[in-house]
Ligand binder design. Sequence first.
Ligand SMILES: *Cc1c(COP(=O)(O)O)cnc(C)c1O
Length: 378
Amino acid sequence: MGGKMIVNQFQPFVGKDEYEAIKSCFDINWITEGPKSEEFTEKLLNLMGAKYGVFAPNGTLALYMGLKALDIGPGDEVIVPNCTFIGSANAVEMCGATPVLVDIDKHDLQIDIKKCEALLSKKTKAIMPVHLFGLSVDLSAVTTFANKNNLKVIEDAAQAIGVTWNNKHCGTFGDVGCFSFFADKTITTGEGGFVVTNDEKIYNKLRFLRNQGRINRGSFIHPEIGYNFRMTDIQAAIGLVQLSKLDNIIKRKLNILSAYREQLSDIRGIKIIEPDIYYSKSNHIPFRVVLMCDKPSAGLMNHFDKNNIETRTVFYPLHKQPCFKKLGKEMNWVDDEFSNSIYAYEHGICLPSYVALKEEQIKYVCSKVKEYYEKVQS
Ligand SMILES: *Cc1c(COP(=O)(O)O)cnc(C)c1O
């Protein structure tokens, strides 16, 4: 690499094993959903401790299918955290329902359940907790709230493979749980998604929905209206290899987290977002290591940028999204109600945390944080 260090925000972790797995699909000449998909489904369900699961083309469509299977549609409202990837809210919009935004908790950046009660209306049908940055939402609080108010629960667990609450896998607490296998998620199939449920009725709805309103291919009789939300065995083959590496991926991610923690521990005015030791029953598998700065993070990000370190902000608050301008007027979204998501956006930084990241790259990133706080800023 010569003298110049470059640290990307992300690099996919795929190689020869995944490549060989793709070839194996060609060897048996089966490329659409088939034996690999079946095996991948079984292994995922085993890992998660869920009864039923179906693939989706991506995480956004997994959420869409989950919502549809719960009969969420026009006239319905779904509570969604204001700090999340836009796909969470857009899946609700895609169903014709309305996302009702709620602020996040300042300490762990997860949905603030305490603030949900005030948002309830006759139209509220469901809540979509989003497990952000490799931490679990307080699922005990979500379950209590949902039961009390007769709401469906769609867990957005796109960033939460391997993440648990009280030792139970995220995505298995709600009516449905939705995962993504996009390139930067903990395991990947390039694009891909997965919906899990423990309810046989919901499972059957998902099967009709994803396969043109019938259970099996090969027939042109369609009892229900459905679409095509299938994946391919080529992707499942990649997924199977990735899943076999999951333990090592998690180990490496935790090593990266502790390296950052150690090397940044003596710098004042910053902290890493971690589960709250006093009440959280979540483990932590950092999707990204998120740094929260006492002062706005723009200066530090600029310093990273100058030194070829690619960082990201925390998600842009949904209530400010240009695409939701019209909805925001109708819903009367005002900054005052979302102070924690605004704070997280202005003060947070996602540090590079991908599996192939090298020790010297972590050292380099940390040295630039130090440099910024010791020299540049003062
Ligand atoms: C990635 C992601 C999604 C969407 O998944 P895609 O596979 O990119 O469609 C939804 N929600 C969250 C929280 C995500 O991180």
